[in-house]
Ligand binder design. Structure first.
Ligand code: SOE
Length: 385
């Protein structure tokens, strides 16, 4: 089978993660990588064994060999790049958040639908095997009616006032930080598993470091922890380190999400509990191969990821037998396998709905972030349209 030629724009933390996952699908050839700096593009292309290195992202779009483009840049570029790539006739996989605001995101949904090209948003957390298992359990009625959903997404890579990254600057990142960056994953995950939609929110934000010390040289996401920069400049911070959001779901279920990017010791931990009328479920991304099942009568269980014990809908995204741990890099691989099988099969031309998250999901998350921001600013409950 002919492999699909792909180009990746962006060489920071997530671009190379896309490259590695793409290769593990066996369905594509990563033929080009782009960065705004030609030297960086050359270095990364050499490190990753990629044939073409472009110092200008437009060259990826002009390259007739390339059929699909991955956008792994700071958030402010997601919209113009996705739009230009679709208009150049390329399928697009974009990092989240899809755009800087819901107007841009809505436009992307329209352009994608007009061009008929495949579009995906990298909500990889859905692709942990036991997340799919939890969804199948909810769908089959194993846990009963959902009463409440609560949990958190905690990180510590911005813990110190000296931790710095483009995500702290609204012109690159957008008006919301913790909610847009990690809350969007949590909300997408919860709606995916529960099948319930958030109806209204009431949010409370905090910025624990209102002034941060910006290093006088660029620092990649997560890489700041390994540096001890001599020279800093004080900069005011206008986006949230922390948020607590009360949630009301359609059908009456209640919920609460906490996100915090200054939570010492929590490296990158998504956690949820779903309390149902028959059972409860709990899962922690730092122990992704264990799903806790809570019961009132009888013993609680911990289900270990093992395809032979899982529902077929979840087994489909498992590559290794029980006892062989699957984690973060595998989620991206599983999502990309779905995206590129969908492209290769031509299903998108036949109007068959994709299983993976698309720009419509990206648009929904941005809309929710905007509602959460409004609620925090006005200190009141706000309905999600
Ligand atoms: C940075 O906070 C970040 O890289 C997010 O942008 C990702 O989506 C998440 O995977 C981990 O943390």
């Amino acid at each position: 089978m002919k492999k699909i030629p792909v180009g990746v724009i962006g060489t920071g933390f997530i671009g190379p993660a896309h490259v590695e996952a793409l290769r593990r699908t066996g369905l594509v050839d990563v033929v080009a990588i782009a960065d705004i700096d030609q030297e960086v593009a050359d270095r990364k292309a050499e490190q990753l064994g990629i044939e073409k290195a472009y110092g200008d992202w437009q060259k990826i779009l002009a390259d007739p060999d390339i059929e699909a483009v991955h956008i792994c840049t700071p958030n402010n570029l997601h919209y113009p790049m996705s739009k230009a790539a679709l208009e150049a006739g390329k399928h697009v996989v974009c990092e989240k958040p899809l755009a800087m605001n819901s107007k841009e995101a809505e436009d992307l949904v329209d352009v994608a639908s007009r061009t008929g090209l495949v579009n995906a948003i990298h909500f990889n957390v859905r692709y942990y095997p036991l997340v799919h298992q939890a969804r199948a359990m909810v769908e089959k009625g194993d846990i009963g009616k959902i009463f409440a959903i609560h949990g958190s997404y905690l990180q510590d890579w911005l813990f110190y006032e000296t931790d710095y990254n483009w995500r702290l600057e609204p012109e690159y990142s957008g008006e919301s930080r913790a909610v847009a960056d990690i809350g969007s994953h949590w909300l997408d995950l919860i709606e995916f598993i529960s099948g319930l939609r958030v109806k209204a929110v009431c949010a409370d934000f905090a910025t624990f470091h209102p002034i941060r010390k910006k290093p006088l040289k660029p620092v990649e996401t997560y890489a700041g922890k390994m540096l001890s920069p001599e020279d800093y400049q004080d900069v005011p911070i206008n986006t949230e380190d922390y948020a607590t959001v009360l949630l009301e779901f359609e059908g009456g279920a209640k919920g609460v999400m906490t996100v915090n990017q200054v939570a010492a010791g929590r490296k990158n931990r998504i956690y949820f509990e779903i309390d149902g009328s028959k059972k409860a479920l709990a899962w922690d991304s730092e122990k992704p191969n264990e799903l806790w099942i809570g019961r009132r009568d009888g013993n609680n269980e911990v289900m270990i990821k093992d395809p032979s014990l899982m529902y077929p809908e979840a087994r489909e995204i498992v590559s290794f037998p029980g006892g062989h741990t699957e984690g973060f890099p595998d989620t991206t691989k599983q999502m990309f396998k779905q995206v590129y099988s969908y492209i290769a099969s031509g299903d998108y031309k036949r109007g068959i709905a994709p299983k993976f998250p698309t720009f419509k999901d990206g648009h929904r998350e941005i809309m929710m972030c905007e509602v959460i921001l409004k609620s925090a600013r006005e200190r009141k409950w706000v309905e999600v349209k």
